[in-house]
Unconditional design. Structure first.
Lengths: 422, 254
């Protein structure tokens, strides 16, 4: 089917990965071997030549392994003014000693939770990288938010990555929430080495009745980052899930975000901002599966692309036959700041029910000259007016971040990049 | 204050303005009227510095400076204000932040200290009253979801905040109901002083019942073909533009 990277080594790796979860890992391995790495004919990876990139950069597929992280490093990478809890990871290995004890929340090494139903939310047969992670994830964490727990403070998942050139890091996160639980996660990764390595991460979030879950992700690991990151959740009756994904750099980044809406009167929201320059390439694939009536999904992804950067957006919405009275909205807007920047955007709606409201739209263009002139005509310098407009464009995504310190942090990064302060 | 001499401008090779001459002095209100497509809005845009127009001949001096040499932002900072015919909706830019940035950049250009938050808010509250502006509108994104009347009021509010020496109102009256027209005109009249001037660009005489001009000019085919006092506007209201067109066109054929 596809040409594997040093297939013999990879298979060996798959066979020897980590302790525990033998059945889960075997299932992952089989799913991976069935699918193989995506080829250039693979529709799902059409605009993102991940396999080629791996062949060029990832020589032996060796896992990078755990390493020491200091309290100073943790402190230096928590946002100013952040009041929430922090869980610290090194190449996907959980470091409890550096992490907060979160009242009422069970946090454990995955290896201590052998009966965790890994792969039940993020199903390995749907994506080869998800399968690869399931076969050979490193470390991993188990987070359980009990029934009715209302966490006022967010939980920051602070990931440190350090690897030699050509190595692989495969973090795994399992989150489960009891009915009526409310929780916010912030995922932030810090790259401690410049070498090109491959991060293949899977986060599974198991929702409950009437849960409210927010998942925010900031990607700014530098121009060498090669990453496939999968976040997958199910949304149960009366549940709400919101995600914001902010991508600021990456040699090649692929985000898979999959929502399965399994209960009525529920809501799934997906927001994303990619602000790219240089040769960065960020691909956001989202998938929302409406299986039941009376649920809603909203999606807004926005891109600002400079230099010869490339953005990919692929938004799938399935509305199954039973999912009457579904409201599903999708929007992707892009601003290209250079002639060499490219966006590939593809909305994909499959609607089998006949009483639904679905809409999608995408725009790609330059900065609005009329708006620019309006601001200049009020005395605002052109460069600053540009920054103001771009920031306003980006702000529509950032405003969905509820945690103030994280929103401020993202805002500052974005403003710095856009060269304007407001 | 403003002297326009033989101004020619074109867009994508098509001449729109074909030799405009106009002198505006401090304390005066000039109305520029004319049929659709005569070049009224082009004149307003060219004065404000819209880039898609090419100036092919002529000169414009404003307070002794060559206006055409200045960037749009510098024209604004020098005291030129264009109230847009179609104010732009800018989602995500808060009205208040926008105005504070604008006011302070203008102040900086004029060598004045920036206004702090308290002083700015005080000024804003004062000027809001002038156009009966609802505070709620200002907490929203700039012009986003505003009604036509609210947008035009917001233009005059911005004008009040920036205190220009030359205000150009581009079809500010079009699409306004009588209440909104009264409010907008009231704002303009209150801002009038002996040191500033106003150019009112309009298709209809109605506005001039509220903002009484010292001079009325009729623009046709890119030239001012007739000038007079406010009575000229009434005559236009009564007789329409055809007699002027006929007059000009018959002269041209002779």
């Amino acid at each position: 089917m596809s040409t594997l990277i040093k297939q013999d080594i990879l298979v060996e790796l798959l066979g020897n990965a980590g302790n525990g979860f033998e059945q889960v890992r075997t299932a992952g391995k089989e799913a991976f071997q069935t699918q193989g790495f995506p080829t250039n004919k693979s529709e799902e990876y059409k605009f993102t030549a991940i396999t080629k990139k791996l062949e060029q950069n990832i020589q032996n597929f060796a896992q990078a392994g755990d390493f020491e992280v200091t309290a100073e490093q943790v402190k230096a990478n928590v946002f100013e003014g952040y009041l929430g809890d922090v869980l610290v990871f090194a190449n996907g290995h959980f470091h409890p000693a550096l992490s907060s004890t979160i009242e009422g929340v069970e946090v454990a090494l995955l290896s201590e939770k052998a009966d965790t139903a890994l792969g039940s939310i993020a199903k390995p047969e749907k994506d080869p990288f998800c399968a690869l992670n399931q076969s050979a994830f490193e470390g991993g964490v188990y987070i359980s938010v009990p029934k009715k727990a209302q966490l006022q403070k967010p939980i920051l998942l602070l990931n440190f990555f350090k690897a030699n050139a050509g190595q692989v890091i495969q973090p795994r996160v399992w989150i489960q929430t009891g009915d009526f639980a409310e929780v916010t996660f912030i995922n932030h990764s810090i790259n401690l080495s410049e070498a090109p390595y491959f991060v293949n991460k899977v986060v599974e979030i198991k929702g409950g009745l009437n849960t409210q879950i927010r998942y925010y992700k900031l990607q700014d690991e530098g121009k060498n980052a090669i990453e496939v990151s999968t976040v997958e959740t199910d949304i149960q009756q009366d549940g709400r899930f919101s995600s914001v994904t902010v991508s600021l750099s990456g040699e090649l980044v692929r985000n898979n975000l999959n929502l399965s809406i399994l209960g009525s009167n529920s809501e799934g929201n997906m927001y994303g901002l990619y602000l790219l320059n240089g040769k960065s390439h960020v691909d956001n694939h989202t998938n929302v599966d409406h299986t039941v009536p009376h649920a809603e999904s909203n999606e807004l992804y926005k891109g600002i692309l400079a230099d010869s950067s490339r953005g990919v957006f692929n938004g799938k919405i399935f509305v199954r036959q039973d999912a009457q009275k579904t409201n599903a909205f999708q929007q992707n807007n892009n601003i290209l700041l250079s002639d060499d920047a490219v966006v590939n955007t593809k909305p994909q709606l499959e609607i089998w029910a006949d009483d639904v409201k679905c809409s999608h739209g995408c725009t790609t263009g330059q900065l609005d000259e009329e708006a620019l002139f309006y601001l200049q005509a009020r005395g605002i310098a052109k460069d600053q007016a540009k920054g103001l407009l771009l920031y306003a464009f980006a702000g529509e995504v950032l405003e969905h971040i509820t945690d103030e310190s994280f929103r401020e942090y993202c805002t500052e990064l974005v403003q710095k990049r856009l060269g304007s302060k407001f | 204050m403003l002297t326009i001499k033989n101004l020619h401008a074109s867009i994508e090779g098509t001449p729109i303005l074909r030799g405009i001459n106009l002198e505006v002095k401090a304390g005066e209100i000039h109305a520029i009227m004319g049929p659709n497509g005569s070049g009224k809005s082009t004149l307003a845009s060219v004065l404000a510095g819209r880039e898609e127009y090419e100036i092919t001949a002529g000169e414009v001096s404003f307070k002794g400076k060559d206006l055409l040499e200045l960037s749009p932002e510098d024209r604004a900072r020098e005291g030129v204000f264009l109230a847009f015919q179609y104010p732009v909706e800018i989602p995500g830019v808060s009205s208040t932040n926008f105005l504070r940035t604008a006011v302070n950049q203008v102040r900086e250009y004029r060598g004045e200290e920036p206004l702090d938050a308290v002083k700015f808010l005080t000024l804003m509250k004062e000027k809001m009253k002038l156009v009966e502006m609802d505070q709620k509108l200002l907490s929203r994104s700039l012009n986003e979801g505003f009604s036509g009347g609210e947008k035009k009021r917001n233009e005059i509010f911005q004008m009040a905040m920036l205190a220009p020496t030359l205000s150009i109102l581009d079809e500010t009256d079009s699409g306004l109901d009588i209440d909104a027209l009264r409010i907008v005109s009231n704002g303009v009249n209150q801002l009038k002083s002996k040191d500033n001037a106003t150019i009112v660009v309009t298709h209809y005489q109605r506005l001039l019942d509220y903002i009484v001009p010292d001079f009325v000019h009729v623009l046709y085919k890119g030239q001012i073909v007739k000038s007079g006092t406010k009575e000229l506007a009434l005559e236009l209201e009564e007789k329409g533009y055809d007699w002027i067109k006929d007059e000009v066109d018959s002269n041209a054929t002779v």
